[in-house]
Design a protein around this ligand. Structure first.
Ligand code: ADP
Length: 658
């Protein structure tokens, strides 16, 4: 997206600062030799890295580097080490710091640019050394090897030689970026928002190839020409804001009912927070008693703040999602609570189906305003990536823009106890839908109800699904002790973890469990799973006493045998993970996950105004709505919520158009 490209544009922009000594208030003494400073900038791991060199009589007398967005422990160290090395060597051609290749390369590029400006080295000019250059960088959850073929004056091919990022959201970048780089002849042709890790890996590999070939990076690292802003307008029956599970299910359903539908999505890819989820949802059991029990479980979990009418509709209709998806051609799991390919399979399946039915998604199109005519919703106004206005005139509007869990400031302000916590939300989860609906009179409920998911790996913000604990995974604290019932309500488990030493814990499971859960291989590829052959190895990884882990295992084994746990939490006794290894350990702590509050809707998904009346033509579904989950969302209820109410919104919006 534009913003990302702008950052990239700073590559190799060189600015000469005024001679510092000459700028100072005091006159230089005769014995002082004047030095001049030159600054070069390049793109690092997190943002721009700039290097300033002081030059006196053709010699480098000082080097400083700044990169406030580099990881302090890794990139930050590289900045320090390399500036020293560059000054010592009087050259930018120094060894990189292991483990911080991207930051190191940026420091070297920036230093080179500063030296070119200072006249210490010649700018690379003329032909590149033609050939194919292969480099490997870490993507979202796997290494990505890229072969870049260069002629003397052009990038002729960028080929992904090997990768395993298809399970993640990064695959969209793998599909688009290589061709875009060749077409635009710059490494910064296109950064796919929402898939930055994969994009960055590809960019880094191509950049290495160009540098190795002696390319002029002011040509091949330039910002591509911005397209001129273009205004567009569309007419449709139903317009949907947001391409997550709620928006896409609503759009597909509207099309099935004979309406035309357009979905706008502000990111470059679909899926929102949905593709960050496990892709599994709850379905009620066969009897009315199961339905009632499930409703009660959801209400209790939500501290009885939920709107019970919404909960009843959600739970009762949960069993209809699976058969409907089957009809659409999805491969639905037994029980009807997931599809082949989990969350990503669900999103791509909906996307394909939508196009098949004549609907479409406009990407990089951000809804800004709901248009009203005679008191009824009549379309939306959006901005496109190139800054143009996209007006979509519609008979009905469905808001499905998700929650605001990425807006940390807002979360901390509304619930101060969360201050300092990370989020596992995607960057697009900023509450736009809530604010747009409010601007046309919608009522908002439970806005301060924000959920911390108990088990989020902190360095990658990867959510470790409840499925792992539901299937028998246990939690140990930093001392190697169990401390809470693993399958309690999310708020209860999160609070228990926060009381442990260091406010973190470990999820531990065995091979049998690993093999049973389709999300675990992805965690492993991301690199957050420790592999252990014994309780001693688990203890060594945790850094605690080995006997304590052995005792915890023994106690848990006894608990499983007796089906009796000293901790509360409603354990399901699915599996005793202590009996057979090898074992796996993931370090976790709570992270902001779901915003329960939002737009007030009724059971027909009509948006309710502050006056208590439905706003004609305006519907909402999914995380953007409040009231469904009360004060705490139960695990597995999100995709159920999105799809049940997405289906209702699609049906009702289509009917409203007629
Ligand atoms: P849900 O689970 O309710 O479907 P998701 O988070 O999965 O919610 O999807 C919501 C989608 O809405 C995300 O892809 C997000 O990027 C998108 N979105 C948020 N704000 C806007 C906006 N202003 N215009 C267009 N799309 C938006």
């Amino acid at each position: 997206m534009k913003q990302t490209k702008k950052l990239a544009a700073a590559l190799l922009t060189v600015s000469m600062l005024a001679g510092l000594a000459a700028c100072g208030p005091k006159e230089p003494k005769e014995s002082e030799v004047q030095s001049q400073s030159y600054t070069g900038t390049a793109k690092g791991f997190g943002g721009d890295v700039s290097v300033t060199i002081s030059v006196s009589e053709g010699k480098i007398t000082g080097v400083t580097a700044e990169g406030k967005d580099e990881t302090p422990d890794v990139g930050g160290k590289a900045l320090e080490t390399l500036t020293k090395k560059i000054e010592e060597a009087q050259s930018y051609e120094v060894d990189s710091v292991a483990g911080a290749t991207i930051t190191s390369n940026a420091v070297k590029e920036a230093a080179k640019a500063a030296m070119v400006e200072a006249g210490l080295v010649e700018a690379a000019a003329g032909a590149m050394k033609a050939g194919t250059y292969t480099h490997t960088y870490r993507g979202y959850c796997s290494d990505i090897t890229v072969a870049t073929t260069l002629s003397e004056d052009a990038i002729t091919e960028v080929k992904i030689v090997s990768q395993d990022d298809t399970v993640g959201i990064g695959s969209y970048a793998l599909e688009r970026l290589p061709d875009a780089i060749v077409k635009e002849q710059t490494v910064y042709a296109d950064t796919i928002s929402g898939a930055t890790a994969t994009s960055n890996a590809i960019i880094a590999a191509v950049k290495d190839a160009l540098n190795e070939a002696g390319a002029d990076m002011s040509v091949f690292g330039r910002e591509p020409e911005a397209e001129p802003a273009k205004d567009e307008s569309y007419d449709t029956d139903v317009v949907v804001i947001g391409a997550g599970a709620a928006g896409l299910s609503a759009a597909v359903r509207a099309c099935q009912n004979g309406a035309n539908a357009i979905v706008v999505e502000k990111m470059d890819i679909p899926g929102g927070n949905t593709v960050r989820s496990s892709g599994v949802w709850n379905v009620h059991g066969p009897d009315q008693a199961d339905i009632d029990e499930f409703i009660e479980y959801t209400m209790t979990g939500g501290h009885d703040l939920n709107n019970e009418d919404l909960v009843r509709v959600m739970v009762t209709n949960s069993s209809q999602i699976g058969p409907w998806l089957s009809e659409l051609g999805f491969e639905v799991s037994e029980g009807g609570g997931s599809v082949k390919g989990l969350a990503r399979g669900l999103i791509t399946g909906y996307w394909d189906k939508l196009e098949e039915l004549g609907g479409k998604i406009l990407f990089a199109t951000k809804a800004e305003e709901i248009l009203m005519k005679d008191g009824a919703a009549a379309g939306i106004r959006c901005t496109s990536e190139n800054g143009g206005t996209v007006t979509i005139n519609a008979k009905a509007v469905i808001v499905a823009a998700g929650g605001f869990g990425y807006d940390l400031e807002k979360c901390y302000e509304l619930k101060p106890s969360l201050t300092g916590m990370i989020t596992n939300n995607q960057v697009g989860a900023t509450g736009d839908g809530i604010y747009m609906a409010q601007a046309v009179g919608a009522n908002v409920v439970d806005i301060e109800q924000i959920q911390a998911h108990p088990t989020v790996e902190q360095s990658t913000a990867t959510l470790v699904t409840e499925g792992v604990r539901n299937a028998g995974g246990i939690m140990l604290n930093a001392n190697g002790e169990r401390f809470a019932g693993e399958v309690g309500y999310r708020d209860v488990v999160a609070a228990a973890i926060l009381e442990q030493p260091g406010a973190y814990a470990y999820v531990v499971f065995n091979q049998d469990l690993y093999d049973s859960n389709g999300n675990i291989p992805t965690y492993d590829k991301v690199g957050i799973v420790a592999h252990c052959e014994s309780t001693e190895e688990i203890a060594a990884y945790i850094g605690c006493d080995a006997q304590t882990v052995a005792d915890s295992f023994e106690a848990w084994h006894t608990a499983c045998e007796n089906q009796s746990d000293p901790f509360e939490g409603g354990f399901t006794w699915t599996r005793d993970i202590t009996t057979e290894g090898p074992w796996y350990v993931i370090k976790i702590a709570p992270g902001i996950h779901h915003t329960m509050g939002g737009i007030e809707i009724n059971t027909e998904t009509q948006v309710i105004s502050t006056e208590g009346q439905p706003i004609p033509g305006l519907f909402a579904a999914g995380e953007v709505c409040g009231g469904v989950h009360g004060g705490n969302r139960v695990g597995g209820n999100a995709l159920m919520d999105c799809q049940v109410f997405g289906i209702i919104a699609g049906d009702n919006a289509a009917a409203y158009c007629k």
